[in-house]
Ligand binder design. Structure first.
Ligand code: 6PG
Length: 480
């Protein structure tokens, strides 16, 4: 039906596949849903393709706004960035006090903070909401991470919880915190997604280097998916590896160009980690690994000039090696979660949000791309303990203690054979760094003091000190 005044409970703007699937999801949950796309033909086609959804079709933005019950609730599913700002600009003159705009795109959280403040000044509400799960998730139940005022959550929370994925009956949606908190958490989700995929790629390469065929590797991933590593990404890895290219008959993965793309959310996670001073090294390695893969000139020069081992790993006991790789993968994955959750903790302090990490882990248990069995354990650990880092959680620390011998062997084998495994190696390095009683930073401080009089602190008394390096090398106390 076309729009009649104020008959829709909610509206969706942007009818690309994520938007149309989310609108269908809303309709499936009994919400009368208005739809609008800048190109009317697209809106009409969606309504035509899915007549059973009973969409309220709006051909213009004023018509769309007029079709919504008050306070008006609308979800933007448009491209992050300029398109989102342009849509908000066009909506503002059409809205009334207390109307609520939900941005369901992958927006940068600082943009969300800016937009929320602007709309708040106008008496409107803005909910920056991370939505994860891809096209299928949007239709069947994504994980939803809404940020914004309590007031706005009162009006949209119920709807978002209804359409979200469910983990043992619990909605994978909860109010994350004010302004940019939801998009911040979605950004971290994506950073962890990058690391997860990098680890999976490394595990696959190591199995191949040890002589396993792609088909055998697929079976190994399928088996791993029945245990501690059980997760959506491990499950679909087995599927991707099992798929043969119809043209060549080769495993598809062997004919896909080895240059990984990225839209940028992983990069944001790392940039923000640098801003906050949070060592998110596994996520950084994952972003850099994609960048390296997509640098043809660098790789051509390297292949031409550099020598090294032949990237073959001699394995005596295949089952033992497989188990070692499994443990390295699990331990590395834990470190990536620890780093991502640490960034949430520090980000929340910096921006004045109080984010319940247990609740974030609960949201991620179903619907989203990083959904994994491990997340239930993480949620329980955060609920039961006050944790500075996930790594100190009793069951996690114990798991890492058990995995670490294998983890070290796998990293050592990779290094020795010349198989790049930056994710596994940096995860292990982080583990060793945070547990070390003393780090090499003392020498760094000595050097900084030598060349720049940057001062250092001493372990045996308070204050900042400087050594007169170019004089008699006596020490002066510079401040308390
Ligand atoms: C999700 C995904 C989704 C998208 C990423 C892919 O949670 O549903 O993370 O947001 O697939 O943007 O990101 P890259 O193109 O950067 O790999």
């Amino acid at each position: 039906m076309s729009a009649t005044p104020a008959c829709a409970q909610i509206g969706v703007i942007g009818m690309a596949v994520m938007g149309s699937n989310l609108a269908r999801n809303l309709a499936h949950h009994g919400y009368r849903t208005a739809i609008y796309n800048r190109t009317t033909a697209t809106t009409v086609k969606v309504a035509h393709d899915f007549p059973q959804e009973g969409f309220v079709v709006a051909e213009s933005l004023p018509e769309f706004v007029a079709s919504l019950e008050r306070p008006r609730r609308m979800i933007l599913m448009v491209k992050a960035g300029v398109a989102t700002d342009a849509t908000i600009d066009a909506l503002i003159p059409l809205l009334d006090k207390d109307d609520i705009i939900v941005d369901g795109g992958n927006s940068f959280f600082q943009d969300t903070r800016r937009r929320e403040a602007r709309l708040r000044d106008l008496g409107l509400h803005f909910v920056g909401s991370g939505i994860s799960g891809g096209e299928v998730g949007a239709l069947e139940g994504p994980a939803i991470m809404p940020g914004g005022s309590q007031h706005s959550y009162h009006y949209v929370g119920r709807i978002l919880e209804d359409i979200s994925a469910k983990y043992e009956g619990e909605p994978c949606c909860a109010h994350i915190g004010p302004d940019g908190a939801g998009h911040f958490v979605k950004m971290i989700h994506n950073g962890i997604e990058y690391a997860d995929m990098q680890f999976i790629g490394e595990a696959y390469e190591l199995l191949r280097a040890a002589g396993f065929t792609t088909r055998e590797a697929a079976d190994i991933f399928a088996t791993w998916n029945t245990g501690d590593l059980s997760s959506y990404l491990i499950e679909i890895t087995a599927e991707v590896l099992r798929h043969d290219d119809p043209t060549t008959g080769l495993p598809l993965v062997d004919v896909i160009t080895d240059a990984a793309g990225m839209k940028g959310t992983g990069t944001w996670t790392v940039q923000e980690a640098l801003n906050l001073g949070v060592p998110a090294s596994t996520i950084a390695e994952a972003v850099f690994a994609r960048a390296t893969s997509s640098s043809p000139e660098l790789r051509a020069a390297g292949q031409e000039a550099l020598t090294g081992p032949d990237q073959h790993i001699e394995v005596e006991d295949r089952d033992e090696f497989t188990e070692q790789v499994r443990q390295a993968l699990w331990a590395s994955k834990v470190v990536a979660y620890a780093q991502g959750l640490d960034e949430i903790r520090v980000g929340a302090e910096e921006y004045g949000w109080s984010i319940d990490v247990a609740s974030v882990a609960r949201i991620w248990r179903a619907g989203c791309i990083i959904r994994a069995r491990l997340l239930d354990r993480i949620a329980n650990e955060y609920a039961a303990n006050h944790l500075v880092t996930l790594l100190e959680a009793p069951s996690i620390a114990e798991g890492l203690a058990q995995a670490q011998v294998s983890w070290r062997r796998v990293v050592a084998s990779a290094v020795e054979a010349g198989v790049p495994a930056p994710g596994f190696a940096s995860a292990l390095t982080y583990y060793d760094q945070v547990r070390a009683p003393r780090l090499n930073a003392a020498l760094t401080q000595g050097l900084r003091d030598f060349f720049g009089a940057h001062t250092y602190r001493r372990i045996d008394r308070p204050g900042s000190f400087h050594t007169l390096w170019s004089d008699d090398r006596s020490e002066v106390r510079v401040s308390d």
